[in-house]
Design a protein around this ligand. Structure first.
Ligand code: MG
Length: 387
């Protein structure tokens, strides 16, 4: 915030309206917001977490949903991956959730889809087995697609089944696995596949960091992945649990949390690059909100807010009221004696900058005479010339 204020303080007067209104390029067919638009919602404030050390897990960010924070009670957030559901036989020991071989997968009772996921795991120090048989477990997003958990410290395996692989689909780009017994971390960004009318419109993606090292970079999904068989794209449900695999090894977990992610535009969300239909609806909604805000204001503020709504969607009433207010404003300024006009300079320049924007981007019709008349006052006083 301070840096923004500092930046504004050095801008020339003509840009002093740089509060987001009448400033950057206006919305277009696939972008409902203007460039640098202050009407756009502020990102929600999140208090960041703290990093983990080998000795202890860090704190999750403030908006995280904790699936396992280390307490015995957190075991209640999980169940055996069976139908009908039953309590899991996995155990909590010293703040860690440990797989009991032979007891089966576990799944979170919480169901979710697109997310940022954090999981930490530690492999048994007593090294047993090799390749896929050493420290095998797995993180299954939505219970559908496995990011492999494996002890790959001095243990080669087929690369598309290594730790950090999208199992059976894509190998990790690196092997940053620590020694067995030490804590490893996964930071995962997951987007589920989206199908419409049986057709894939977004394959879904996985981005994965192991111990801070990028190993999957927006890797497109190919369905769930699988053992020996080539996986094929398929739709996922809207939501699903997180599953952790029992592959016969007593792998331990800690500090499991996720943050749900906003929907992609293709999934009905309102990030940029929306469809023309979505954009139109969003622009109508923004214009309505601004008109409602205008109704709570007076004078120039009201006039500019009404006219600002036209940036997003045309509206006969807003145009008519805004035009009448603009005409009245210009008439008032014309009536100011020339020796008093300098005291009105800031106000005139502020309004003129808005009017020029509306004219430049053809957001008001030619009948909006106030713009030309006000600009004539500015020019007559040479306020448009750099000093
Ligand atoms: Mg596995």
């Amino acid at each position: 915030m301070h840096s923004i204020l500092a930046a504004l303080s050095v801008l020339p007067v003509s840009l002093a309206i740089a509060d987001g209104s009448f400033y950057g390029d206006p919305p277009d067919a696939t972008h409902p917001w203007a460039i640098h638009d202050m009407n756009r919602p502020q990102p929600p404030v999140v208090v960041p977490g703290t990093p983990s050390s080998n000795e202890q897990p860090g704190q999750p960010p403030s908006d995280a949903v904790v699936l396992f924070g280390g307490s015995e009670a957190d075991l209640q957030k999980w169940e055996a991956d069976k139908n009908p559901p039953e309590p899991t036989k996995w155990v909590v020991k010293n703040g860690m959730l440990q797989c009991v071989p032979g007891s089966g997968y576990i799944r979170s009772k919480e169901q979710f889809s697109d997310c940022q996921l954090h999981v930490e795991w530690s492999e048994p120090e007593d090294i047993e087995g090799k390749s896929q048989g050493r420290g095998n477990s797995g993180v299954f997003l939505m219970g559908q697609v496995e990011v492999q958990v494996l002890d790959n410290h001095n243990n080669a395996t087929y690369p598309d089944g290594a730790a950090g692989s999208v199992y059976g689909v894509n190998p990790p780009m690196a092997n940053p696995i620590r020694k067995p017994g030490e804590w490893q971390s996964y930071d995962i960004v997951f987007r589920r596949p989206i199908f419409k009318d049986g057709k894939e419109i977004d394959p879904g993606y996985l981005t994965v960091f192991i111990n801070g090292v990028l190993v999957q970079d927006h890797t497109p999904l190919e369905g769930g992945g699988g053992h020996r068989a080539r996986s094929k794209p398929r739709p996922f449900p809207d939501m699903g649990p997180l599953k952790l695999q029992d592959h016969g090894n007593p792998v331990r977990y800690r500090n499991i949390w996720y943050r749900p992610l906003p929907k992609r535009a293709i999934d009905g969300g309102d990030t940029s690059r929306m469809s023309e239909e979505q954009t139109k609806a969003k622009r109508t909604e923004i214009a309505k909100t601004i008109r409602a805000d205008a109704a709570t204001k007076q004078g120039n503020e009201k006039m500019l807010r009404l006219l600002e709504s036209l940036v997003y969607a045309s509206n006969a009433e807003a145009l008519s009221e805004g035009t009448a207010m603009a005409d009245a404003f210009v008439a008032t300024m014309k009536a100011v004696p020339s020796d008093k006009l300098e005291s009105k300079k800031a106000e005139i320049m502020h309004v003129n900058s808005a009017f020029q924007y509306l004219t430049k981007f053809k957001l008001v019709p030619d009948s909006f005479k106030a713009a030309g008349e006000l600009n004539a006052i500015v020019k007559a006083n040479e306020w448009d010339k750099k000093k």
